[in-house]
Design a protein around this ligand. Sequence first.
Ligand code: ZN
Length: 86
Amino acid sequence: MALLDGNALAGRLDDLLGWDATGSEVRCTHCGLRGLLATAAVYASAMGAVVRCRSCDAVLLTVVDAPDGRSWLGMPGLSAMELRRG
Ligand SMILES: [Zn+2]
């Protein structure tokens, strides 16, 4: 797996969610660190990506691309994510 930063997910999240979530502030459930998703550690592979907290290494978010064309977005370590209206 290649270690990247959160910016590597910009296009992928835009495809899945319809907006680029890497500019959103997120909060780690485990240590409480707040920061832009773009600054998190991203481990990418052909199957998807695992996003980890830069402070405590907890898994914040996962993206798995299944062979059947579906994608699965998990957010096991996010206690909050900023969403912008309008
Ligand atoms: Zn953390």
